[in-house]
Design a binder for this molecule. Structure first.
Ligand code: 1HN
Length: 350
């Protein structure tokens, strides 16, 4: 193994034991005993590569739908827990992910919190989410933002279950001890804007005159799938197809060109039928959801065969190589913007 430890400490002699105990009693500790575990020559993530088959999660979620209402639960969600760090409600060291269900006629009441959230819509026939007075209809494949400290509620006036993946930066917010949350006085917030207002105003490569951003998040909050998918389709024809990523695009904040939210980045990539990608790794542990098609992804020593809406996670610095049988589209998200802002992010192509 290359670089197993940064620092090879000699064994502590038995006669130091008393000294170590006296250190311990004074809330102190010898750094030389901890250094190799604190400073690693490369990332050694506790989280593991993992795959969740959508149909399995879906049937458990529908069971949850018989046990508890969206109202009782506040949010009826099955948390996707990384098998290497069970019990923490985390899919990676820095991110939370879950699968949410809203049954026909249900609403999930209005609240806001410091944590930023994204939704990747899996099933919906007329369900909506509302953010700061504007409702947007959720359609399969849509990438939707709930920026930090924005009031949001969800509802499903349609006739079919609405299901989506939630991604939040809860572990980051809690690492900094910066969590605040509160309810809106009413179950549903008043609708004060026409549907599509944000996208018309900020989503056409134009901005209102004298526009000044008041937020670190994008002013558009729905990135409709048909638009993103069309871009990938056009780029397939234009080429080139990247040997690691296929055709991969990042979602942006149209005001800054940066990430849609300060802590979470999101991506959409097309793997053309027969794609056999080369290995790639980066320090941002990444959560993938198959938006279309099927394939196989090698993640470290694991090999995940995924189909429609399956979700898998690639830990930090773990090589990933994607293959697609038929045309496949992968949505993904990670903490890349947070790492980049702090000067931490690295990547490596093999
Ligand atoms: C939350 O507010 C939602 O608004 C979903 O739909 C999942 C997980 C942790 C904390 C807040 C939602 C959440 C959440």
């Amino acid at each position: 193994m290359k670089n197993p430890v940064f620092f090879n400490k000699p064994e502590a002699p038995a006669e130091w034991k008393d000294f170590y105990q006296r250190l311990d009693h004074k809330n102190t500790a010898p750094l030389w005993e901890a250094l190799a575990r604190l400073v690693m020559p490369e990332p050694r993530p506790a989280c593991l590569p993992a795959l969740w088959q959508y149909q399995e999660v879906r049937s458990l979620l529908m069971e949850a739908g018989k046990l508890i209402t969206a109202e009782q639960a506040e949010r009826r969600v099955l948390v996707l827990e990384n098998p290497g760090i069970r019990g923490l409600s985390q899919i990676t060291q820095s991110l939370y992910a879950g699968i949410q269900l809203i049954l026909p006629g249900e609403v999930a009441r209005t609240h806001r919190h410091v944590a930023s959230a994204l939704r990747f819509v899996i099933e919906s026939d007329g369900a909506y989410t509302a953010v700061e007075g504007e409702r947007t209809t959720m359609r399969p494949g849509d990438f939707i933002l709930t920026p930090s400290w924005t009031f949001h509620d969800h509802g499903n006036p349609g006739g079919k279950p609405a299901i989506w993946m939630d991604g939040l930066d809860v572990p980051i917010v809690n690492m900094f001890d910066t969590s605040f949350a509160e309810h809106f006085p009413a179950e549903q917030q008043p609708v004060t804007k026409k549907e599509g207002d944000a996208l018309s105003r900020y989503g056409a490569n134009m901005l209102p005159l004298e526009y000044k951003s008041s937020s670190m998040a994008a002013p558009v909050f729905n990135y409709p799938y048909d638009r993103s998918r069309e871009a990938l389709e056009r780029l397939r024809k234009n080429g080139p197809v990247d040997s690691c990523h296929g055709i991969k695009m990042q979602y942006i904040n149209p005001v800054t060109g940066g990430s849609p939210m300060p802590t979470i980045g999101a991506f959409l990539q097309l793997l053309p039928a027969g794609f056999n990608g080369e290995a790639y790794r980066s320090t941002d542990a990444t959560i993938y959801c198959a938006a279309e098609g099927s394939g196989v992804s090698k993640v470290g020593d694991a090999s995940f065969t995924w189909g429609l809406h399956d979700i898998f996670v690639v830990p930090s610095w773990c090589p990933v190589a994607h293959q697609a049988q038929n045309d496949a589209v992968l949505f993904s998200f990670s903490d890349r913007p947070a790492q980049k802002a702090l000067g931490l992010w690295r990547e490596q192509r093999s």
